[in-house]
Each structure stands twice: as structure tokens, then as C-alpha cells.
Design a protein around this ligand. Sequence first.
Ligand SMILES: [Zn+2]
Length: 440
Amino acid sequence: MQRVDILITNGYVVTLNKKMEVLQNAAIAIHNGLIMAIGSTTDVTQKFQSEKVINATSKIVMPGLINGHTHIPMTYFRGYADDLVLQDWLEKYIWPAEEKFVKADFVYDAALHGCAELIKNGVTMFNDMYFYSQETARAVKKAGLRAILGEGILDFPMAFHKTPDSMISYAVEGHEKYKDNELIDFAIMPHAIYTCSKENLIHAAEVAREHGMLIHTHVSETKKEVDDCIREHSMRPIHYLESIGFLGDDVSIAHGVWIDDKEQRILAERGTSVNICTECNLKLSSGFTPINGYRKNGVIVNFGTDGVASNNNLSILDEMDITSKVHKAINNDPTFLPAEDVVKMATIDAAEGFHKFNEVGSLEKGKKADIIMLDMDRLENMPMYNVYSHLVYTMHSDAVKDMIVNGKLLMENRKLLTIDEQELRDKAEYYSKELKKNIS
Ligand SMILES: [Zn+2]
């Protein structure tokens, strides 16, 4: 009998493996951060024992959800300004608030709050762009989540940075610092084509490739951005990025709303993935992502929430539900984007897009133990005929009961185990008062 760190028993296990196996009354043995075995509870418990046994009767056990685009240090700006056009929202509210408040302590506190919220939403891994990203890394480390973090790169001074080079080298420094950390990666994240010059985009991509870092940027969120790009560069954004050698399978782009068929084919050819942010795009009336075209052309698509200042939550289950329904409607086809595919987008497809396919995204022997458990026992979740349908159309984040990341329990029965919730409440209260006091 082999002793392991954690044993999950009697679960309804949705593996997301190649065969898309769903195992009833199944068990998972977890040791040293890895899935050691997965199979029937009888088989697994004959070979493995543990002091920590989680009885997952009436629970869906599945890979953790992946949030492909966030700005978690913006947590304290939740609901601060809504119902505005993007430019007014940014220029009149968000940028002045950021100028006043975004300091190292603020970023750490807000990021920790964001991490807690991600855990409650069943998100085990996320991809985040903001400033003071090394402070975000400290929060992520405390929370125990898996993350790809990057410093926003812009042509103009921001936070404590005077130049884009300072933003780039800060990210490279983070990459070096966290080289041996299994959970935290740093990436190179130019903000957008309209805030970074051609030279800065080229330089950022070169540095990323020199250091083996991933690249992430916002592209074609609004029609205005595309029109401006055509005016300035005589081509659409993806052609422009292609012309400067920016695209590759190490690149993921957030939004990708206004991308035409030719551009989609370039993304597919280059292996560049797209992190769609449906709720944020709906709220800011930015448009509808061409998911149908992406799927036809073979572009990897996954979900992001964007920051809570524009969403206003970090729920991937909500994104799954809304995206599926909105795109059925705009394609005039209720068979479009079946629930099973939507669950893949939030897990295994996202893992592939971020080069983590061999580590996370499915529950398989040898992969990292990034696992969530959802409650099937509640009245509003009963009965259940199809688990994928349930995950997309029925369940909300409050059904997420437990989370394990890298073999460590981060939440049990909705209680956070690595973060003090009351401290977060007090800090959120404090910062909201400060914000109200300082900005009218
Ligand atoms: Zn964003």
C-alpha cells in the first residue's frame, strides 16, 4: 500500500482526457503535486492510502478552470465606473484612479483579493497583465494558484516605470526570480498595438523569445482600433503584427473581436491562440468574437474574464454560459458550440494555448493535480443527465466546493485555506473609502 498526500474518492470524474472519459464512483491519488492514479474507487484505494481523504460523493471532480485574460490587481475598482464607452471609462475613471492608487502595496492586496476570488470561482490557473507584477506574484505564491504574469508594456511612463525598457526588464527579472517556482511564470505583455510603437513591439517579442517567455497582448478589441491601425499602417492589426514578426505559437491575444477571415487563417497558421472575453465585450458593446470562424480555421480559443473593473466578476462558468448562448443566437443555430466543446475551451484548450498541455487541463496520470470539485447535491443542480450541459448551463461558481492546485488543497467546502477572508474584507472596505475620498 502506497501512502499519498491526498486521496479523492467516490467522485463523478470528468477527465477531459483524449477519450473524454467520464468516470463514475472514481478516485484520484495525489502525491508530490502529481496525479499518481485515477480509476475506480475500489482499484485506487486498494493501492493507495492517505491521511487526507476527500469523499467526493455527489461531486463533479474536474480539471481546474483556466482564466486566459485578467488584470487581478484591479479588484478594488470593481463597479467603480460602469455604463460608459471604453474611452470615457478609461480616461475619466480608470486611469486617474490608477495614477492615484497603483502602488506596490495596493497591487499586492488587490491581487490577493483577486486570487481568493479566482479560487472561489474554480479557477486554478490564470494569465494576468498589470503593473508591479512581481507584487502580484507574491500574492499568487501566498494563494497557491498557478499563474502566468506580465508587466504591461506601454510607450509612455506608467506606475514606477519611466520607459518601456524598464517594463520589459522588470518582467525578465520576474522570470529569473521565479525560474524554479513550479506555479509562476512571467511573460512579456505589450499592452496593445495602439499603446506600443512598432519598435517596442518588435523589441518586446525579441526579448521574450531570447528568454523563452510567452507573449500576450490585447488585439482588435474595438472596431476603432482596427480603423486606426488601417489608417496608420495601411493594414489590419493581425497583418500588421504578422509583418513585424510578432505572431507565433508562443503568443496569445486577448479579445480578438474584430478579426476577419484572412486574419483568422494567419492566427491558425502561426498557432497564436485567442482569449475571448465575452461578458466584457458585451458590457462595453465592443462587438462579437468570430468564434465560428476561429473554429473553422482551427484557431485555439479559450476564455478570459478581463479585469473586474469591466466585467465585473472573475467567473469562467459565467463566461461559458453566456458565450455559448450569445453565439448560438448570433449564428442562428442552437447546435453551435455544444457544451462539451465549451468545457474543453475552459480547460484543455486553454492549457494548450498557454503551452501547459503536458501539465494541466485534464485529469490524467502524471499531470499536475489542479482539480476542482463541484456540488451536484443541491436542489438547483438536480437532476443531472449530462455533466457538460450542467457545467455550462446550470452551475454557477457557488457550486465550486473544493480546490487543489499542484497537489495542495486551497479551498475545502468553500473555506479558503491559504488566505484570511476577513482580512480581505477589511482591506476592500479601506481601499473603497480611500477611493471615494480622493476621487470625486
Ligand atoms: Zn484586458
